[in-house]
Design a protein around this ligand. Sequence first.
Ligand code: GDP
Ligand code: CA
Length: 314
Amino acid sequence: MTRACVLCGGVGAARFLTGLVRVISPEDIGCIVNTGDDIDVWGARVCPDVDIVTYTLAGIVDRDKGWGVAGDTFTCLETMARLGEMNWFRLGDADLALSLVRTRLLGIGRELEDATAELVHRLGIAVTIVPMSNERVETHVTTPTGEMSFEEYFVREGCRPEMRKVRYAGADIARPSRGAERLLRESEVLLIAPSNPLASIGPILAVPGMRELVERFDGPRIAVSPLIGGRTVKGPADRMLRAVGFTPSVEGLATFYDGLIDGFVIDEVDSSSAPELEGRGLAVHALPSLMDTPARAEAVARGALELAKEVGRP
Ligand code: GDP
Ligand code: CA
């Protein structure tokens, strides 16, 4: 039995978790999920990454898109569009229902982690899912036309504008959620999912106290690369890394995670980088990392846990 804690964004993390639940029992998995791209839609609090992870583990995610609920309808969205309300964020009706429950719970004074636990429980998920923080932290991106939230950049602008800067607004006064702190103190293995380092893992690490908890984690810490041959499977991670001065490569990622990881799972196409990474003191495992089927995701999860065993870490 291994108790694992996973730092998570959305789609990349969810794919990895699909594999991880096939290797260790769901009760032994805890996810600390990014909330830097949370957004209010028609008065409802939407937590895109928490929801992707939740829907995936509940087995109701729209597999083709990787987010949203399978078979969802968009009646509310269509009506909002007709009423001249915001309609660039494609929130489905089932998705909205979940967000409304969360919003109601927050409205009666529950903290985000308690509202999240309640939803996870109601959906029958055995994995622990906690937001990184109960306070609001927002990933903001600076483009030539000004600063915008990550979802505005990602969804409304389709990642088209040039990105110049990334910042985590509100991070200075946030704290790790109680659940996040507990997972980082009590788990035996720390895994960093193959998520966008700047849009998903960066906000988690920006919460004051979180980086120290990762640095002092009492066990092996393994990251899985979201880059394959220097490119993202999907999304702007490579461009974002470049915008803030990191090369979009496994070497660049190792620099980004410097001091936070002991081992690195990279794709087999990047295996020529292994000696350089090992030279920096990292244990490396190169394997086919495209998780387009549950079986392939399982192999990646197994690889990460094997590497954790190898590293041990005093
Ligand atoms: P988002 O919050 O939904 O954008 O998702 P994440 O931040 O969790 O994940 C985005 C990252 O996941 C991208 O950089 C992708 O390259 C990476 N990713 C998605 N699918 C895979 C996969 O099958 N294998 C690997 N190695 N990375 C993946
Ligand atoms: Ca996200």
